[in-house]
Design a protein around this ligand. Structure first.
Ligand code: ATP
Length: 331
């Protein structure tokens, strides 16, 4: 297992100002002395209630926030501050996917322009066919080639290159966000609540798609979520956060099967609502599967233990592995 990112004793404090002179009188300890390692090709999950400090860790990692103290190492090199990150061109290797694809995609730019942004900043991999005599610059041709390739990777048709974000569904916009993140061939993607704004059946598609990208390109994820079902499905290791600190860390299986800390137990015991939620999710997914089969003029039935295309819609929550459906051609 090779180590990609090491975070040592990270602290991020935000000043609180008050009074007539707007002086700093205190600070919010958003992240208070956390350390962890993200392995290459693996997914590390941060779980915790709202305000526990998850996003602040993500922001420090991608360079949207300078830590108060502590160290961030990428492949052994220090990239703690924004200045150090710039010096090593680190942002090429680490990209972010946000929860709100509506506001993270510029509404005035086409999909082609949005996906091309990192290519313009970091350069385009690839080469032009020998003998090219077109009027467009080499760079522009390479950018277009790469954008089309990225659209194909995220499953969007080539014609969408000239469309605008408002012309897409939430799930499709999230795919565009992932395409943009993938453009610079990153080693790590910080995904901050990437599916919490999506319908359940669309959540499943986007999560499975992120897993596929990880398999195909060996990308690591820092996966931030308050949804334990999603985290159980997506991650290899988890840290449970509370008030800026890690209260428990471990493999996903250990944390779910054998939680030690009282706070983790409390979080997990809130999942009985999962049973209720799970039934709701099953219904939602069954509906999506039905719809898909109707569209394809096929019949279906459910059967445990059988795996096929429809099954890929199912496991939104890690606990839903028993639900499956089988696609049958009509006679
Ligand atoms: N720019 C900022 N200035 C001041 N305080 C901030 C700032 N950003 C975050 N905070 C505070 O830091 C703490 C941690 O916030 P953070 O967004 O990291 O939590 P979170 O666990 O990601 O929450 P959520 O799930 O709601 O996004 C909170 O108390 C928040 O109010």
């Amino acid at each position: 297992m090779s180590e990609l990112v090491r975070i040592e004793n990270l602290q991020v404090y935000y000043p609180i100002r008050s009074g007539f002179l707007n002086r700093i009188t205190d600070n919010v300890k958003a992240v208070d002395d956390v350390s962890f390692v993200i392995e290459a090709g693996k997914t590390y999950g941060l779980v915790g209630e709202s305000g526990s400090g998850k996003s602040t860790i993500g922001k420090s990692l991608v360079g949207l926030e300078d830590p108060t103290s502590g160290k961030i190492l990428f492949e052994g090199k220090e990239v703690t501050t924004i200045k150090q990150k710039k010096a090593l061109n680190y942002n090429k290797d680490v990209q972010m996917v946000f929860q709100d694809s509506q506001s993270s995609l510029n509404p005035r730019k086409t999909i082609g322009e949005i996906i091309a942004e990192p290519l313009k900043s970091f350069g385009v991999p690839g080469k032009i066919e020998a003998g090219y005599q077109g009027e467009r610059s080499f760079d522009q041709v390479l950018i277009d080639q790469r954008v089309l390739e990225l659209l194909e990777i995220v499953g969007l048709p080539a014609r969408t290159i000239t469309q605008y974000p408002f012309q897409f569904s939430g799930g499709q916009r999230q795919r565009i966000g992932v395409a943009r993140a993938l453009a610079s061939n990153p080693r790590l993607i910080v995904a901050d609540e990437p599916v919490s704004a999506l319908d359940l059946s669309v959540q499943a598609q986007v999560l499975n798609f992120m897993k596929k990208i990880q398999r195909d390109y060996g990308i690591s994820f820092l996966f931030i979520s308050h949804d334990l079902g999603v985290v159980k499905y997506m991650t290899d290791n988890i840290a449970i956060m509370h008030n800026g600190r890690f209260v428990e860390v471990g493999t996903t299986a250990d944390i779910f099967n054998n939680p030690q800390h009282i706070y983790t137990k409390r979080l997990l015991s809130a999942i009985p609502s999962l049973n209720v939620r799970e039934r709701g999710e099953k219904r939602a997914i069954r509906k999506a599967v039905e719809q898909e089969f109707q569209n394809n003029k096929t019949k279906y039935y459910e059967k445990d233990g059988t795996r096929d295309k429809a099954y890929d819609l199912a496991p939104v929550a890690g606990s839903m592995t028993h639900f499956s459906a089988v696609k049958r051609e009509e006679n």
